[in-house]
Write a protein of this length. Structure first.
Length: 132
């Protein structure tokens, strides 16, 4: 029993180091611009408490969603397109000119080479543009 326990602990530590530790930089780069922006805006009453993370096309990984949920834990993060009846909203995607969001009335701001924030609502857009 002691040998099995020791092997399990070793395997757990090994996987943690070889997977989580090496992936943390890649994961953080997914949110390295949106995280400080949304953290600075969290006390603003105009900012919705629910944000949407659009899954990357042709990618079934849940890593972007879970990364946003981990870093932006003071928001409710939903991995889907926002509903069409929202009057104000925030969504994140890794591409510019994402047609489904543009059709819903969202405008976007490029945060960095792999992050775009899509915003619906003129007042909200102005607040975020000013903060960025």
């Amino acid at each position: 029993a002691l040998l099995v326990t020791t092997m399990l602990i070793y395997q757990y530590c090994s996987l943690t180091i070889h997977y989580d530790y090496y992936k943390q930089g890649t994961r953080y780069r997914m949110v390295d611009s949106s995280y400080p922006l949304m953290t600075n805006l969290q006390d603003n009453d105009v900012i919705p408490k629910t944000i949407y993370v659009i899954p990357r096309e042709n990618n079934t990984s849940t890593a972007p969603y879970f990364t946003y949920q981990f870093y932006l834990n003071h928001y409710t993060v939903i991995a889907s397109l926002p509903p069409s009846d929202l009057t104000v909203g925030i969504a994140f995607h890794n591409k510019a000119d994402y047609e489904p969001l543009l059709q819903l009335g969202y405008k976007y701001i490029k945060l960095d080479s792999n992050e775009y924030i899509y915003i619906k609502g003129d007042d909200l857009y102005n607040i975020i543009e000013e903060a960025f």
